[in-house]
Design a protein around this ligand. Structure first.
Ligand code: GDP
Length: 479
């Protein structure tokens, strides 16, 4: 029998209420030992499932807290087991005291993610849904929240299961046919399987492609702002950050003076790599050196180049343009409220010259340069707050293909899941290769089974205990 577990499931900070959750076969025993109703007459063991009861938690004869107790008997609970939730006063000390009392009376402390792990092991959800639970908790914007809710409802699970059952059907067919060649013929079957495999590959590819959007939704757009001193970089950053206090965090693996500022824009997050240079109105390129700036620009999902459109372009602008012209970038012509001397045409001309230059170099050096033809150029005024809406709309267009709809589309937001999809795709490609090369049928079924297993990693069906433990260990306490 699994042990009965308990944990504080709400935040460990003083708040209005706190919840101590108990799950397991002995949950009702534990609560009956420590709960007393107001008049002391109610037997909590005998109440109906899914009901709430007012009363007190006692540690021996000492009253620990005044509470509401939720009684939920399995299997219709989150974990599938008997579950009790004690709604107590939300002080950290009070919650701890209630938890201690619970632990003294027969429960053991839950590991992080153990409630959800039990839900998974008891078949209440598959692994993709369990992972959606963590994502939901960690969601920092509307898109991330919606995509995890959709995954929690089973969108990823059903897409994957559909593909798996198709694969299984065909593997079974091949195996049966090979066992019983007299009655089942595999003549011409290669062609059918090829068609099916192509369909599966197309679906897998679509899911894999969605992971780019998924990552952007979940983690935000890694953004670098470049531009000469006084172009208006800080003004823009402040404007975008609005009145909301910017969250500043260290980025692992970088020097301490590089901070990340997170800005929420219409459901998208911009993670602006805020080099000290931006804040101190010094030029990023000058301050960090071209190589370092290049490195950041290389890693970024987006480069925002702020130009002071009231001043003539100079060789520093050219330096910056060289840095960005082949990347995903937006050029903002700032200070549109002043008399301007730089316009979109001028910028486009410069970029087109750079492109020609690059093509020349390409010829002489034999390298291939990829030039972003359509870097958006937008007029703004950070001071007058003009053009910001166009900028936001452009961002959406650049980073989220079309309108995001969570009803029909599935977004893969999880690197582990993406990896499994990529592996499954590779195996399916091998199936087609074997068919085209006229290999014997048992070759197909090996690769089909590989794809099947890989997809099973997403739902958690073909997964070792160690891996499952590792995934759940990333959960927070009490979930
Ligand atoms: P940074 O060095 O690129 O970070 O530039 P700042 O944001 O510090 O701005 C430099 C100067 O330009 C400040 O005096 C700002 O008030 C001013 N500035 C910024 N944006 C605008 C704008 O849109 N219009 C006008 N007229 N001035 C601006």
């Amino acid at each position: 029998m699994e042990k009965t577990i308990a944990a504080i499931s709400t935040a460990m900070s003083a708040s209005g209420i706190g919840i101590v959750r108990i799950s397991g076969d002995e949950a009702m025993d534990v609560i009956s030992r420590i709960y007393r109703s107001k008049n002391g007459k109610k037997n909590i063991r005998e109440v109906q499932s899914h009901t709430i009861h007012y009363g007190f938690i006692y540690d021996g004869e000492e009253v620990v807290d005044e509470v509401l107790v939720m009684i939920m008997r399995g299997p219709h609970t989150y974990t599938g087991e008997d579950t009790v939730e004690i709604d107590c006063h939300g002080g950290v000390y009070a919650m701890k005291k209630v938890l201690e009392t619970v632990l003294k009376n027969g429960a053991v402390i839950a590991e992080p993610g153990e409630f959800t792990k039990r839900a998974f092991l008891n078949g209440k959800m598959d692994l993709s849904q369990a992972e959606a639970v963590i994502d939901l908790i960690n969601s920092e914007n509307e898109y991330a929240l919606q995509s995890s809710v959709s995954q929690l409802k089973g969108s990823v699970k059903s897409a994957i299961n559909e593909l798996r059952s198709k694969i299984l059907y065909h593997t079974a067919f091949i195996e049966t046919a090979l066992d019983d060649p007299e009655h089942i013929s595999v003549d011409g079957y290669g062609e059918i399987l090829k068609g099916v495999s192509e369909e599966i590959i197309e679906k897998l590819q679509k899911l894999i492609d969605s992971a780019d959007d998924g990552r952007i939704m979940k983690e935000g757009i890694q953004t670098v702002i470049v531009g000469k001193p006084n172009a208006g970089k800080s003004s823009l950053l402040n404007l975008l950050a609005g009145h909301e206090r910017a969250i500043v965090t260290d980025i692992a693996g970088t020097t301490r003076d590089v901070l990340e500022e997170q800005i929420r824009l219409q459901g998208l997050n911009l993670n602006v790599i805020d080099t000290a240079g931006i804040r101190q109105t010094e030029d990023l390129v000058e301050k960090m050196g071209v190589d370092k700036a290049k490195e950041y620009a290389q890693k970024a999902d987006l480069i925002i180049y702020v130009v002071d459109a009231s001043k003539k372009l100079d060789e520093n602008d050219e330096k910056i343009m060289r840095l960005i012209y082949d990347k995903k970038a937006i050029i903002l012509l700032n200070k549109s409220d002043l008399e301007t001397v730089v316009d979109e045409n001028l910028i486009r001309e410069k970029i087109s010259n750079l492109k020609k230059e690059a093509e020349q170099t390409e010829k002489s050096e034999g390298q291939r340069y990829q030039v972003s033809e359509n870097i958006p150029v937008i007029q703004i005024s950070a001071k007058e707050e003009q053009g910001i809406q166009t900028f936001q709309d452009t961002l959406k267009e650049m980073f989220l293909r079309g309108n995001i709809s969570f009803n029909e589309e599935i977004y893969i937001t999880n690197a582990r899941q993406k990896n499994a999809l990529v592996n499954a795709l590779e195996s399916m490609k091998k199936v087609i290769e074997s068919i085209e090369n006229g290999m014997p049928e048992d070759f197909y079924s090996i690769d089909l089974m590989d794809a099947y297993e890989e997809l099973g990693n997403i739902t958690g069906e073909s997964m070792g205990e160690d891996l499952v433990n590792e995934i759940f260990s990333k959960f927070c306490m009490g979930k």
